[in-house]
Design a binder for this molecule. Structure first.
Ligand code: FUC
Length: 788
């Protein structure tokens, strides 16, 4: 028993240490949120809420990640295939503009695509409003805070000298949202729910009823199959909002709201659900509420934080601290950072905020994060708040593996697998090909057809790119069962290209035709602006990567050797990444004039990041051309684009330029709206602004910081490969590397001072250090340490 004592003692120390919110892991404000993008995102991976911290009235946006309108449809266009030979012929004759015109007539999805009600969109569930009915209440000593390490939002202030405090979280343990209200003086308030109207058709509005201690919200969204005037018959959504008074007080109902009287302590429990998975939502929500109501607030909070911290605390990052900056209100801190970049813990906070957002917006059994994670404050949402697949959904996954959140790849895996059947149909109908394909649009309803606009909607390498994430999950976990699971999905994604690739008679290469370089436009010699082409650089890089991964997987699983051979042969016939006359990477197979030289997509550097075919070490000429490409593209762009560029510069081992992009990414945006001509930035609550708020930039920026500190994609661990002078001393604990290991490392004066590698699987790890390669063969559970 002796050895147990120090252990228990250590535990109690940890428990004490947990009481204070870590200033470097919290965001705070001295005033309530004036815009939604200043409210705090809380979420448990399936449900979310965003409190605005109002004094006399607090509004919480409620979200549930499957609140989607629309329905399954067949949007494949049966006329498309007949025109494919003609489209290809025109492309191979260099008449790309005519090919594009023909595609607009014949090669888009059937129906209105993402503009139609069947495509649907992700949207708010409802608002929850706590109204204290004191219009002119004055608050003193106001503070609201989001503690990332506790996944807890707090508001505290004094009213007439009496303390008021509220806390909120989305429970990881009990799957309900919990709001706690506490005051020195008894308070009275009403609790109600309300869904915003969409200004067009309000059949989506819910019925709200108050019974006993619960407000029930029940509504139905549009499926797109309704006839004129019929009630909506799509997704059913609901929320149960229960008030619990642990120390007495009275609750009265008033039709649709609850009136709570004279209480110093109140707890509000919110269950949220849709029937997306066929659940009886009344039953599920009632069970969830009853179970949660049987616990005390302290118990609920404790269970929640324990479950959340199991994930969040796997990684810690210290890049240095400026306590005076950490003490600032976040609006002021971002403004200060725009002038003076000496705030290293803003970067570690941003990194951890990315992990926080990922843990909060997806979980096993739920959906992957959409364009806004799972937070949306309206009924009509930007780009339908869907799953865009030419960068956005993929970028959402970038912090996962290295950030020791590997299981958060599983909801994406489920979602990808759900697209396969529909994607097979699309492959046949559009390309006469086997396997499966999907284009740029993704929703809850297996939409895999091209988009309704050719210039952006014809990209067809999305399935291949998604498969790169699935394979990467295997590389990090070495989980062979998982590899077996994803094998058919990967194999069929490759099969599509085996069938679809065609020889370009002009150069003998196998090319995707038609295709695009996502959303970018070039100018043909005849002056026509054009997007479609045969064999864009990005396609070649993605397909090369997919074929390589499938060949490796076939080897590991000892299966389909013949198919692997076919892939190897076809891979050799793809056009290699090439350098144009201006020294930059060619984006299209020919050096066309660019219509928008600073376009936000930098697709032709896919091979630099996230893939690994352009490297400083192995392909220095291409790396140099990539650098020139980035210089010409410029830094300022939309939020996610700047985040991507951070990762590019990190891969080029240029820490200063990556850091410059980070500072651009944190440019303060203080208003709402969708104007992005001036470039993106960051809202007060650290949400990334495309603008509008789009979460990909948060995830890409978070991954960019990690990429500056640690890389392992080349079969060799590189510690601090792109360290900027702004972070010259620091430490990291718990990040992951490929092959199955966790690492800790420290550095001082920009020099590595120590590292530890802990094997999570039997593995051999190589470390590149001062021009030498160190090699460690470790068994699962073993570790190796190096110290300067
Ligand atoms: C892609 C991008 C846009 C935007 C949209 C949601 O189409 O090109 O910038 O992020 O997705």
């Amino acid at each position: 028993m002796k050895h147990l004592l120090p252990f228990a003692f250590a535990l109690s120390l940890v428990a004490c240490a947990q009481k204070q919110a870590d200033a470097s892991l919290s965001i705070h404000f001295d005033e309530p949120a004036a815009i939604w993008e200043a409210t705090f995102p809380l979420g448990n991976g399936r449900i979310g809420l965003m409190p605005d911290g109002g004094v006399s009235k607090e509004t919480y946006v409620l979200n549930e990640s499957s609140v989607w309108s629309g329905s399954v449809q067949d949007a494949d266009n049966p006329e498309a295939l007949a025109s494919l030979p003609e489209i290809r012929k025109l492309l191979f004759e260099g008449r790309n503009d005519e090919a594009q015109q023909l595609m607009y007539r014949t090669f888009t999805c059937g129906g209105p695509g993402s503009a139609g009600p069947k495509y649907g969109n992700y949207q708010i569930l409802s608002n929850l409003i706590i109204d204290f009915d004191e219009a002119d209440a004055k608050a003193e000593e106001y503070r609201r805070e989001l503690d990332l390490d506790g996944a807890l939002a707090t508001v505290s202030f004094k009213k007439d000298g009496e303390k008021v405090k509220r806390e909120a979280f989305a429970s990881f343990a009990d799957d309900v949202a919990v709001i706690w209200l506490e005051s020195d003086k008894p308070q009275s308030f009403s609790v109600s729910a309300e869904r915003p109207t969409d200004g067009r058709d309000n059949r989506h509005l819910p019925v709200c009823t108050a019974e006993n201690t619960t407000v029930k919200v029940r509504g139905t969204l549009q499926s797109g199959n309704e006839r004129r005037g019929e009630p909506f018959n799509g997704m059913k959504y609901g929320a149960d909002i229960r008030v619990v008074l642990p120390n007495g007080g009275a609750i009265e109902t008033d039709g649709a709201s609850l009136k709570v009287k004279d209480t110093k302590k109140a707890m509000i429990l919110v269950a949220m659900k849709t029937n997306y998975r066929g659940d009886d939502i009344d039953k599920v929500m009632q069970e969830q509420i009853e179970k949660a109501a049987a616990k005390s607030y302290a118990q609920l909070k404790n269970d929640h934080q324990q479950a959340f911290r199991e994930k969040f605390r796997r990684v810690s990052v210290d890049l240095g601290h400026k306590p005076e900056k950490e003490a600032m209100d976040m609006t002021a801190r971002l403004q200060a950072f725009a002038k003076d970049k000496d705030d290293p813990s803003l970067a570690s906070l941003y990194y951890q905020f990315g992990r926080y957002l990922l843990i909060s917006s997806t979980r096993e059994g739920a959906l992957p994060p959409n364009l806004q994670g799972l937070w949306a404050n309206g009924v009509r949402t930007p780009w339908n708040c869907d799953y865009h697949l030419n960068i956005n959904l993929q970028m959402n996954m970038w912090p996962a593996e290295k950030g020791n959140l590997t299981e958060l790849l599983l909801p994406l895996t489920d979602w990808v697998e759900q697209q396969v059947e529909s994607g097979r149909h699309t492959a046949q109908v559009f390309y006469g090909a086997g396997g499966w394909v999907t284009h740029i649009l993704g929703n809850l309803w297996q939409f895999t057809s091209p988009g309704e606009g050719v210039s952006w909607g014809a990209t067809n390498t999305a399935a291949a790119w998604l498969c790169a994430h699935l394979y990467q999950h295997y590389l990090y976990t070495q989980d062979k069962d998982y590899l077996e699971r994803i094998w058919p999905t990967m194999k069929e994604a490759a099969q599509f290209f085996v069938d679809m690739l065609v020889e370009d008679p002009r150069n003998g290469y196998l090319v995707t035709a038609p295709t695009t370089s996502p959303e970018n436009v070039y100018i043909l010699p005849n002056g026509a602006r054009c997007s479609v082409c045969a064999g864009s650089t990005m396609d070649n890089q993605i397909i090369r990567e997919l074929f390589t991964n499938v060949i490796s997987a076939a080897g590991i699983l000892e299966t389909d050797a013949e198919f692997a051979e076919t892939l190897a042969k076809k891979r050799d016939r793809l056009m290699p990444t090439a350098i144009g006359p201006d020294g930059r990477i060619l984006e299209w197979p020919e050096p066309y004039e660019e219509a928008e030289p600073t376009h936000r997509h930098v697709s032709h550097l896919y091979g630099l990041y996230p893939a690994n075919e352009i490297t400083v070490l192995n392909t220095p000429e291409l790396a140099d051309a990539a650098r020139k490409t980035l210089e010409a593209r410029g830094d300022i762009s939309t939020g996610w684009s700047m985040a991507w560029k951070m990762n590019f510069w990190a891969r080029l081992h240029d820490g200063e330029h990556a850091f410059k992009l980070f500072t651009d990414l944190l440019r303060p945006i203080v208003d709402t709206g969708m104007n992005y001509s001036n470039g993106g930035g960051t809202y007060p609550n650290l949400f990334c602004g495309h603008p509008p708020f789009q979460i990909d930039g948060n995830f890409g920026g978070s991954a960019g910081i990690a990429e500056m500190l640690l890389q392992s994609q080349s079969g060799c661990i590189e510690f601090i490969p792109a360290l900027p002078s702004a972070w010259k001393d620091g430490s990291v604990k718990g990040m992951c590397v490929e092959g199955g290991a966790e690492v800790d490392f420290t550095w001082k004066d920009s020099q590595l001072t120590s590292f530890t590698i802990r094997a999570t699987q039997d593995c051999t790890q190589k470390v590149s250090l001062d021009g030498q390669i160190l090699e460690y063969s470790l068994q699962k559970g073993q570790s190796a340490t190096w110290q300067k």
